[in-house]
Design a protein around this ligand. Structure first.
Ligand code: CU
Length: 625
């Protein structure tokens, strides 16, 4: 526990409500052939794309697509569908109608992914659909207002080349391979310029999984600035597994494995009264985004519903999805928090009692990896996952007849955050005839080669930078005015991410290691993520921590006016891999924040290249090592 009590790294859970602001089934068989007929369906406004299972259903595994002879070829089509309540579903669809397949490759394998953009419906639903009546919310079915950003500033004339187009529009898309250390270039993992439109032919992603990519759970999702949240909230996400975790941790050999993708979505029953089984909570507050604000009790209307492999678990009764297991069976669970804004705090309960979960990997990396002094497995009774975080852990199934639940406990997102109450996710049902998971880890794994470079935690950083999250009311005198979101390099001027800027916020040298202190100067949680690399958390609120494993996303605790200093995390950033060379982004992974500008860019220069001359002026501070 000691090493992991900070994994969730949330602010203290128990606090009174102190609201400082009064503001705010996979039945896609119709799509069997996506040739001409798919094209015709795509323009048919009555066709219901992206069908979803009913609540209370059995949690089916996503379809597995496995590389063969070192190559995985995938054809995905991205669809959207606007529901009657105004919310929009999104899905990555295969020709056979399956949604959001799990891509499984080995280090060194080639991925060739053809992506077709068939987005049509989103334009009329920008602004979210679960804003509530009586709070200035859009009327269901009516065109909603634009989000709190100037979208027109990002609308550029469409070039003919998706690689340089950079167009950020509601029907544009691209893919970010979250957590992978593949180069930030077009056709690989670039999100700054790559912009695919419905008028384009299938766009090819083509890259090799690096031979040194840690084995574990990664994921893919669209990353068009200004429009990432609606797509991910709508379900545009899927898992990518780099095979071989049992090579890093032989204790896992032969275990069945289960992929659980937990997504958030607009509330199915936003106007329903709370369940009578819950305590009465203070008056409902709605935040600027139209979401239910944190009330600090652990109960009440959540900001978003959750789903487990697309089986919804809606407010107010949270009917659990169903996970079937053989009695007492030990499995490896690979859990992805693919939520747009929702934090998870997972626990498994038998007869209401928390069970031990054996964490073996975080954010795609085995705990004991790359020379890390971490033990290969750490047993805990709850696991915090910020949006985009992943945890791979060993679960021992319940004995026959023992009621068991997968739950997420409340997360205190801060006085400015969204409400994230206690809720059930799934019943775990022990049955002798439960089907086995589709995948089983190798029984006799060949050990991974030894690390070729020192453990990140043992490398002296060449410098320390400070960045900070902050929020500002557009009109400080009007508490109902929109909030602006910034992620600022200390010394630079806070401003929303500018997709047209060619000046990176930070320039570093490949081959180096730096320490970044990320402060939170706002009254809500943020989740710091950087593309292309992993980092180690080395201090929490200025106090060194011993958590010698890698992450790509980390929670940053919220600020309250009672605090004497801003909360912070200190991260050891690893720019040693040559694949990090190029320009890419770091941002908050609460995607409404990212869309509203909480993002910056970094350029990693080749090790041999000289650094450019220092620009002058107040914004040049800390730009160069
Ligand atoms: Cu944020």
């Amino acid at each position: 526990m000691s090493a992991f009590c900070s994994y969730l790294r949330c602010a203290p859970a128990a606090h009174v409500a102190r609201l400082t602001k009064d503001r705010f089934a996979m039945s896609c068989l119709l799509v069997l052939a996506l040739g001409l007929s798919g094209r015709a369906l795509a323009t048919d406004p009555t066709h219901e794309w992206c069908p979803r299972p009913s609540s209370g259903g059995v949690v089916a595994e996503p379809e597995d697509l496995r590389s063969q002879n070192g190559v995985l070829r995938v054809d995905l089509t991205l669809h959207d569908f606007r529901e009657k309540d105004g919310s929009v579903r999104y899905c990555y669809l295969l020709h056979d109608g399956a949604q959001s397949p799990t891509l499984r490759l080995h280090p060194g394998d080639l991925l060739i992914l053809h992506l077709t953009d068939r987005l049509v419906a989103y334009e009329t639903a920008v602004g979210g659909a679960n804003a509530l009546p009586g709070h200035g919310a859009p009327v269901a079915g009516a065109p909603a207002p634009a989000p709190a950003m100037n979208m027109t500033m990002h609308m550029q004339p469409a070039s003919s080349d998706p690689c340089t187009r950079g167009a950020m529009s509601p029907v544009a898309t691209n893919i970010h391979f979250h957590g992978m250390t593949v180069p930030p270039v077009c056709h690989e993992d670039d999100v700054l310029k790559t912009s695919i439109l419905p008028s384009d032919p299938p766009f090819e992603y083509r890259f090799r999984i690096p031979k040194n990519e840690p084995p574990g759970l990664y994921w893919y999702h669209p990353h068009i600035h200004g429009f990432t949240e609606p797509a991910v909230l709508g379900g545009a996400s899927g898992a990518l597994i780099v095979e071989g975790i049992e090579r890093a941790n032989p204790a896992l050999a032969g275990l069945p494995e289960r992929v659980l993708v937990i997504r958030d979505q607009d509330l199915l029953n936003p106007n329903a009264p709370p369940s009578k089984s819950e305590p009465v909570v203070p008056k409902l507050f709605i935040d600027h985004d139209g979401d239910s604000a944190n009330n600090g009790t652990g109960f009440g209307l959540p900001a978003k519903d959750l789903s487990v492999n697309f089986v919804p678990v809606p407010y107010p009764d949270y009917p659990p999805a169903r996970i079937m297991m053989r009695p007492g069976e030990r499995q490896l669970w690979r859990v992805l928090n693919a939520s747009a804004i929702t934090y998870l705090n997972l626990a498994v309960l038998f007869r209401g009692a928390p069970q031990q979960l054996g964490i073996v990997g975080i954010d795609g990396v085995p705990l004991h990896y790359g020379g890390s002094p971490a033990p290969p497995i750490v047993w805990v009774d709850h696991i915090g996952l910020p949006p985009a975080g992943r945890a791979e852990f060993v679960v021992n199934g319940p004995p026959l007849g023992v009621p068991a639940l997968l739950v997420t406990r409340t997360v205190d997102t801060g006085p400015g955050g969204e409400n994230d109450p206690n809720r059930t996710l799934a019943s775990i049902i022990a049955r002798s005839d439960a089907p086995e998971p589709r995948s089983v880890l190798q029984s006799h794994p060949k050990p991974l080669p030894p690390p070729t470079q020192p453990w990140l935690g043992d490398v002296q950083p060449v410098r320390v930078r400070k960045l900070y999250f902050s929020e500002k009311l557009q009109n400080p005198n009007d508490p109902t005015s929109a909030v602006e979101f910034y992620l600022t390099v200390d010394g630079q001027t806070p401003k929303p991410f500018d997709p047209n800027s060619t000046m990176p916020n930070i320039v570093v040298k490949q081959g180096t290691v730096e320490d970044w202190i990320i402060e939170n100067r706002s009254p809500e949680l943020h989740a710091f993520h950087i593309h292309q690399l992993h980092f180690e958390l080395v201090a929490w609120n200025g106090v060194p921590v011993h958590e010698p494993f890698l992450r790509d996303t980390v929670n940053v605790p919220y600020y309250s006016s009672r605090m004497l200093t801003y909360p912070s995390v200190r991260l050891r950033m690893d720019f040693r891999d040559p694949n990090t060379v190029g320009t890419f982004v770091f941002h908050c992974h609460l995607l409404d924040h990212e869309d509203a500008g909480m993002m910056g860019t970094i350029r990693v220069e080749p090790a041999a290249a000289p650094l450019p001359a220092l620009p002058t002026g107040p914004e040049s501070n800390n730009v160069h090592p």
